[in-house]
Design a protein around this ligand. Structure first.
Ligand code: DX5
Ligand code: ZN
Length: 221
């Protein structure tokens, strides 16, 4: 599967969101990653449907919406209406995972599932046939610019085996601490899609960095 990069708008300049989104498009971004945080599931607060809708108006790129919120199902309808393409929920917030994923698909969005770094992968094993994207968190969610947790590489490899064993064609995405250095280890372990916040928006040339990350990911030995 071709490598995809989803710059995380969390690290964008909110006073110039439209410019930053245009820059991502020009740099070859495949999706835009939108981090929704509620100050409850994670210790930080970001934004909701209004910003998703604003991003939708600026771009035709798929909006990869990562819900770091308790009771995520409360937001599915609003976010789908605002233009989300993928809704990814945390298993830690989803006691009725099967029902919640079905509802996302019913709304016409792709269904993603993710887990905190310390949550066993087995938590998603039963639903791998029902998802379009499996997101491996490689930092504890809540903030951009954190250091990549090295044990994520082994989790990616095990997640890859799990998807393959189930015959799933879901994308395997990694979020947190992705840089030109960490990305290659993730691709080698079987990931194909990357969120990048600080690496893109903190780069000297953010537009060029998107391509640089893709090339770094593809340098498979
Ligand atoms: C972390 C968010 C990430 C974050 C990644 O809670 O889910 O999407 O924006 O940022 P970087 O790439 O800076 O680690
Ligand atoms: Zn995220």
């Amino acid at each position: 599967m071709p490598v995809q990069i989803a710059p995380s708008l969390l690290s964008a300049d909110f006073a110039r969101l439209a410019d930053d989104i245009a820059m991502c498009e020009a740099g070859g971004a495949d999706m835009l990653h939108v981090d929704v945080m509620d100050g409850r599931f994670v210790p930080n607060l970001t934004f909701g449907a209004k910003v998703i809708e604003a991003a939708r108006r600026c771009s035709d790129l798929p909006l990869d919406v990562h819900l770091m919120v308790v009771e995520p199902e409360r937001y599915f309808d609003d976010f789908a209406r605002a233009g989300a393409s993928i809704l990814t929920i945390h298993v830690e917030t989803a006691p009725h995972l099967d029902r919640q994923l079905a509802r996302i698909r019913e709304l016409g969005c792709k269904a993603g599932v993710t887990l905190n770094p310390a949550t066993p992968l087995a938590m998603v094993e039963e639903v791998v046939g029902e998802i379009d994207l499996l997101l491996i968190m490689s930092v504890n969610p809540g903030f951009g610019g954190q250091r990549f947790l090295e044990y994520s590489v082994d989790r990616i490899a095990r997640a890859r085996r799990m998807l393959d064993a189930a015959g799933s064609r879901a994308r395997l995405e990694v979020d947190g601490g992705i840089t030109r250095d960490t990305i290659l280890r993730c691709t080698r372990a079987g990931a194909d899609t990357y969120v990048a916040g600080a690496a893109v928006f903190g780069a000297a040339d953010p537009k060029a960095e998107i391509g640089a990350l893709k090339r770094a990911a593809l340098e498979v030995a």
